[in-house]
Design a protein. Structure first.
Length: 306
């Protein structure tokens, strides 16, 4: 069967190859892939030297053979899958049934494929923040895929959310979804927020900590700037005093099948909207990865396996 694999060439990260059809383990279903979406981790893994990574973390397909152990969806059922190890950019994949969920008939495959990774990060991050109704949240680095879901879910649950974004960043869609946009974190009031959702690091992340109320929660889920946080014990008396800092990683916190099902139903009800910035054929994957590397892609890229 055909699949995409790493080339080791930074100028063109993937190419087609022929590999044997997968042989499912008893707990895995064999799925014919229809579409997959690309995430920034796909680019990061493919850009690593000497990688053998195959792209495709999030995808939608049809079950050809259900799991032999009787778990999971039936043959012919359309499913969304979340495969953290990649490999869904292929004609077929064997995936554990714990990482699958049936797609509602009212939801398109493109939308469903754009949900899993970013949606689960946002869902679990806000779950870690506790009951959201009435909370005042501050988010950094939220103009990408995770951010669109953070804003939509927070507003749906009754929280107020402020997003720090540079003026030239793509933030208008977040404002339309209900976020307050701040271009300068230093102009925000010290002690004005219950929870900080931080994914940038460096000076911005460190300054965001000072905006927490006394006893607030700092959820640290990324470091996009590649610079660490720098916190000063005495500065925190002016904002962020007695805060709790939690290093947050989305994996291993909940059942993927259950959370995928939650996300699909929220999308089917219109609570979650997926912004799709590129639709195309999987032959365009290398070009789309280049766009991701340059920060030129707004929204999700969804590619059809033909």
């Amino acid at each position: 069967m055909r699949a995409l694999q790493a080339t080791g060439d930074p100028a063109r990260l993937v190419e087609f190859t022929d590999i044997p059809d997968p042989v499912p383990a008893p707990h895995e279903a064999l799925i014919r892939v229809e579409v997959f979406s690309l995430n920034r981790p796909d680019y990061l893994y493919l850009a690593m030297p000497d990688t053998d990574y195959r792209p495709g973390i999030d995808a939608v397909g049809v079950v050809e053979h259900p799991a032999a152990d009787g778990s999971g969806p039936r043959a012919g059922q359309r499913v969304v899958m979340h495969v953290p190890t990649g490999g869904a950019a292929a004609e077929r994949i064997a995936a554990p049934t714990t990482q699958l969920a049936a797609v509602p008939d009212t939801l398109t495959s493109d939308v469903a494929a754009g949900l899993p990774l970013a949606g689960m990060v946002a869902l679990r991050l806000l779950r870690a923040a506790g009951p959201l109704k009435g909370l005042n949240l501050l988010a950094t680095g939220a103009t990408g895929g995770v951010g669109q879901f953070l804003v939509q879910l927070a507003v749906h649950e009754g929280a107020a959310i402020t997003v720090v974004a540079r003026e030239h960043d793509p933030w208008a869609h977040l404002a339309r979804a209900g976020a307050i946009i701040a271009h300068d974190v230093d102009l925000l009031p010290p002690g004005g927020f219950d929870v900080v959702l931080e994914s940038v690091g460096g000076r911005l992340g460190s300054a965001a900590a000072l905006r927490l109320r006394t006893g607030g929660l700092f959820l640290w889920y990324g470091q996009a700037s590649a610079e660490p946080l720098t916190l000063d014990f005495f500065e925190l008396f002016g904002g962020g005093q007695s805060m709790t800092l939690r290093h947050f990683v989305y994996s291993g916190l909940a059942d993927d099948h259950e959370d995928l099902t939650v996300l699909l139903h929220l999308a089917a009800r219109g609570v979650l909207q997926v912004e799709i910035g590129h639709r195309g054929d999987w032959g365009q994957t290398a070009d789309v990865l280049d766009s991701i590397s340059r920060g030129n892609l707004r929204g999700k890229a969804v590619l059809e396996v033909r």
